[in-house]
Design a protein around this ligand. Sequence first.
Ligand code: NAP
Ligand code: MG
Length: 400
Amino acid sequence: MEKIRMTTPLVEMDGDEMTRILWKDIKDLLICPFVDLKTEYYDLGLPHRDETNDQVTVDSANATKKYGVAVKCATITPNAQRMTEYNLHEMWKSPNGTIRAMLDGTVFRAPILVSGVKPTVRTWQQPITIARHAYGDVYRNVEIDVPGAGKAELVFTGEDGQEIRQTVFQFKGPGILQGVHNLDASIASFAHSCFQYALSIKQDLWFSTKDTISKTYDHTFKDIFQEIYDTTYKAQFEAAGIEYFYTLIDDAVARVVRSKGGFIWACKNYDGDVMSDMIATAFGSLAMMTSVLVSPDGKFEYEAAHGTVTRHYYRYLKGEETSTNPVATIFAWSGALRKRGELDELPELMAFADKLEKATIDTIEAGVMTKDLALLWEGSECTAVNSRAFLEAIAQRLAA
Ligand code: NAP
Ligand code: MG
């Protein structure tokens, strides 16, 4: 059989623990037999990050800027315990954080649906994708534990000496105080990433904040989105037959629950944090969540939303059988291959990505799945298998 051709390499970011094992199996069983795979390989496994003083993470982000599409395996973000476990020189920063900062990107998370694992919300028929702004607000706050009576003020001192001053509150007794900020540039990047991604997957984009209460702060988010939409994306959205709209977050929540799904919901940092956990849980399983980082200039990095599944890896090292779910990692590969195919005008590569996803879903819907899904299964009989057997079952379907 002739393999499917690629022209530009994918940026391949290998990772750690159980997902590193799955990574190799996915390539060996599901990709390389069918695709003449071209990648530029970066080993983001913790030992190699340590050897290179984390330079490999920076190099992989630069390669993503150059080529435009990356696929990433889950990686360990070191903590004190990992320092000893891996004998590290330094407590390296989260690779995802480094890559996100270098690409100035926004993360979009979407569940993979299979019939047999029903969403808690009965009306949901298609995935809901959450876009979370990943800068500022309460995550970069300053707080004061107010000891007693006194005046709290908000003061801005410009570099030109200009001063803006407002009274926050005249305290008569103890209380609490918080200051938060955001940046026009960061909000604009967030908006561009959202519009780009909506166009890329041809789905409506919803954006919600609390602008009726926060008449300057949240209202600025609303205004920046609207201005960028009107000046840069309106015509493209109309041509693609998709819609952008802004609505108050209370209204958005009600509409989301009544919806059929199949759209992107952009949220401020805190709202996105909370709503993405709600959406993920209501759709079923963390092992079935995909994640894609999109930069404002349209570079894409695909990955699974879960981590390296450490508990399973320790069992694997002891020689025990593991049933770790590879679906989100498979979809990271299919997402990246499809995007590469789209950019390089390779319809066969795009079709392969569709077939790989279909073979994966069909395998599960035929009743063959990993243990985590078997626990959620509401369909007729199912067989829980180990990761390798699950991948082999998908490979068989794909070959057929
Ligand atoms: P995790 O790897 O997502 O796993 C947490 C638990 O969720 C697992 O123990 C497992 O539950 C279940 N689970 C997650 N993915 C699964 C899958 N594919 N198949 C079956 N079960 C799955 O999170 P963690 O244990 O908190 O973190 C482990 C490491 O991953 C950490 O070092 C962290 O830094 C890193 N991490 C990386 C990323 C990333 O690279 N994007 C994201 C998050 C965490 P049971 O054990 O009950 O079966
Ligand atoms: Mg959270």
